[in-house]
Design a protein around this ligand. Structure first.
Ligand code: ASP
Length: 441
């Protein structure tokens, strides 16, 4: 069974990175199907090719000279080609792209060319077949991903092929137009390909040695998570851990294929293994697998005498949210209180929501706080263990952090706490210290 290997933009940012990628692929004959991103940043202030393409297309649409605007992009690719010593000339491809930009072929077409051109170069360098994603990844007319058609076409097309490079991030619409996934979408392409060929593993190569226990911008040098379940990853990425594209979990999870996050710059490190079922994992070294969080939430708290016995109270509120098309994060409740936790982004969709809630629910009191940060403390290790919540709360209380919201899912996989935004970073730090740095796990 093949391995599907996806390389992110930083892994393919220049010729040196291409060489590392080729060494990785050649080191294991099962690494047969390769999904490249577009070249990413070579240094901090560098610009990703995808962003260059967005900028270039915008400039062409605004009337700028397309040939001149495209030149720095062509130079990036030509630099890689000549540094690798390849006998490959992409001038014809560049001309087609420029012509299509002039014809206003769409912003998705523009962005997709980053992966397309990188795929051609990588296939040439590896001696693998190039398979254009437009021929195997499909969208429906409404823009949603056509999983069935893509899966069937991929398995058929890849059956007779020994090795292939399939660019990430894009596919085609029923009318042939190119469409991209959302940013970072090459992860999703990799997952779709892995599922179609029933890969033994989906290796996702990036520039960190795995999923980190906490955000390195908040916690100094956080540990790498050795292994975690899809559900844990989902909880962490939903709450802001940026590991994989959010949707990339689903195709492989359904097929029971593990994901291995690996570092192109440190290929010998084991990385992080993400497995479909908790039962497939060894006992965790720590009770907490990871901590993630996000700012920018609002808490709308309603108080009403005898709310608890008022039949239909919740329904009226939930119906209102449904008609206003607002999704909520959590609804912690008390006997006579209810708090709606909604992202500020969602709240902005219905500026009169609070007045409408007052109308349908007639509370005695309603209060809105819009500076809430949510922190998810995630870990399969907390299941059936006493004292995890106590330790979270103790850590926060010692740091003088007031907890605004507490929510624990019935799956006992996570504890969510809401704090004021100003306490967010400190809260993550003290929870990390409590569970990961302390000897007890
Ligand atoms: N190149 C695209 C982006 O920068 C897609 C990807 O890298 O996955 O978002």
């Amino acid at each position: 069974m093949p391995k599907v290997v996806k390389f992110g933009g930083s892994s393919l940012a220049d010729a040196n990175q291409f060489r590392k990628v080729a060494d990785i692929i050649k080191a294991d004959k099962h690494r047969k199907l390769v999904i490249p991103s577009a070249p990413g940043k070579r240094f901090g202030a560098d610009v990703k090719v995808t962003d260059m393409l967005y900028g270039c297309y915008e400039a062409v649409c605004a009337g700028c000279d397309s040939v001149k605007e495209f030149m720095p992009i062509a130079a990036r690719y030509n630099g890689i080609i000549s540094d690798l010593g390849l006998h490959l000339n992409l001038d014809k491809e560049y001309q087609t792209i420029i012509d299509n930009f002039n014809k206003k072929s769409g912003v998705d077409y523009a962005a997709s060319r980053g992966e397309y051109l990188n795929g051609i170069i990588l296939a040439n360098f590896l001696g693998f077949k190039f398979v254009d994603a437009a021929q195997v990844i499909f969208f429906n007319t409404d823009g949603s991903f056509d999983a069935e058609l893509s899966d069937a076409t991929l398995s058929l097309k890849l059956k007779g092929i020994k090795n292939a490079v399939i660019p990430g991030f894009y596919g085609s619409m029923p009318d042939g137009r190119i469409k991209t996934f959302s940013r970072g979408g090459s992860d999703f392409t990799g997952a779709v390909v892995a599922r179609a060929v029933n890969a033994v593993v989906y290796e996702n190569w990036t520039d960190v040695s795995g999923v980190l226990v906490a955000d390195p911008r908040i916690v100094n040098n956080p540990k790498v998570i050795d292994s975690l379940s899809y559900r844990e990853l989902r909880e962490l990425s939903y709450m802001g851990a940026t590991v994989l594209h959010e949707d990339a979990i689903f195709p492989v999870r359904r097929a029971g294929i593990p994901i291995n996050i690996k570092n192109t710059n440190e290929p010998c490190a084991a990385g992080t293994m993400i497995v479909p079922e908790t039962a497939d994992l060894p006992d965790p070294a720590h009770i907490i697998t990871g901590i993630a969080g996000k700012k920018n939430f609002a808490a709308i708290t309603l108080e009403k005498d005898e709310m608890n016995s008022e039949i239909g109270f919740f329904r009226r509120i939930l119906t209102l949210l449904e008609t206003e098309k607002i999704s909520f994060e959590h609804i912690p409740t008390g006997i006579d209180t209810m708090t709606l936790v909604i992202s500020n982004e969602n709240l902005a969709k219905s500026p009169k929501l609070v007045e409408k809630i007052e109308k349908v629910a007639k509370p005695n009191h309603i209060e809105v706080e819009d500076d809430i940060a949510l922190i998810a403390v995630v870990g399969r290790g907390m299941r059936h263990k006493r004292g995890t919540a106590t330790r979270v709360f103790a850590a926060l209380s010692h740091a003088n952090i007031n907890i605004r919201i507490i929510d624990q899912g019935s799956s006992e996989l996570n504890i969510i706490v809401g704090v004021h935004e100003e306490d967010f970073e400190n809260a993550v730090k003290v929870i990390y210290d409590m569970f990961i740095l302390s000897a007890k796990g």
